[in-house]
Design a binder for this molecule. Sequence first.
Ligand SMILES: Nc1nc2c(ncn2[C@@H]2O[C@H](COP(=O)(O)OP(=O)(O)OP(=O)(O)O)[C@@H](O)[C@H]2O)c(=O)[nH]1
Length: 349
Amino acid sequence: MDEEFVPEAVALDCGNENVEAVGITIITGYLGAGKSTLVNFILHAQHGKRIAVILNEFGDELGVERAMINEGESGALVEEWIELPNGCVCCNVKHSFVQALEQLTQRRDRCEHVLLETTGLANPGPVASTLWIDDQLESSVRLDAIVTVVDARNLQHQLDDREDAEAFLQLAHADVIILNKVDLVDECTLTDVKQRVAGINSIATVLEAVRCEVDLDVVLNRRAYATRDSINLRELERKHDANLHGQTVTTTSIEDDRPVILKKVDDWLGDILWEKKMEIYRMKAILHVHGAQEMHLLQAVRELYEILPGRLWRPAEKRQSKIVIIGNHFYSFYSSKLSIVFIYTRSQP
Ligand SMILES: Nc1nc2c(ncn2[C@@H]2O[C@H](COP(=O)(O)OP(=O)(O)OP(=O)(O)O)[C@@H](O)[C@H]2O)c(=O)[nH]1
């Protein structure tokens, strides 16, 4: 076929033009943390959703995973299996992954939500950006949330192993962190683990669990990446200590009452994300924009960001900007310059 040939866009017959995009939950976590246990729990639970599972495992592990998840008391729990062996969804099997998603989402009678479980994906960031772009292009698929399952007993060792950045990356990108296996730790260890997790990512909702038995209303359908309705002001209020344990990946936050100018915020984001290529994994903010009656909402996933006007400021509400950033070495190298964004407003008449 002529490589230059571009097929005309064809409207898919979905039967309903306003069909809502299918949410994808990425389930990530260290080896043995409890990812399959979570998938099993979701498949058994009474949430009324038809769930499709995409497994991105390597080699022989695939058969084992499939057997573990597919056996239910009443036979097969999963109607549809998509297997993507021998490659990672954000690199060498990206094409089959996207095709698999398209195939799934065209059959809404069989699939209302997708779980992507992977051990191959050490870092969920690249696939999150890919899905977020698709989301903004009004695709039939939307990234719902990244759920990171943590083994409460082993997390400290995994984080202390300096050679291994995976555990940090998985926590840094998470919207929900399940502190699993709490039956295996005492109160004191659990408190330490929770503090450590909050120092890395204070935006995520943290749930303690045994065998990943969590409230699925908190886990599924979170819409964590939809700028318009996803920013929960309470998420931005959580306290964090950026210098905790001298970690490299931390949450940094800034609050300021002075109004900002959108163009200046854009310039600043362009500078840190694209020019300086700082390792920022996630950013959420509400902005008090000069002259605007609405609060503005900022979402960023790695180098992508979006700022949209949100609801009107309430009469008695304190107009204030709050920015929370999860990044690598961000605090030590850049926090002093954060105030630059706010100082710009002084030049306004
Ligand atoms: N004690 C205890 N064991 C658990 C808990 N959750 C899971 N397990 C066990 O931990 C082991 C690993 O769980 P999996 O769900 O297979 O973990 P995984 O993250 O999918 O593992 P990989 O696919 O190998 O990365 C299994 O033997 C589970 O039964 C828990 O809360 N407490």
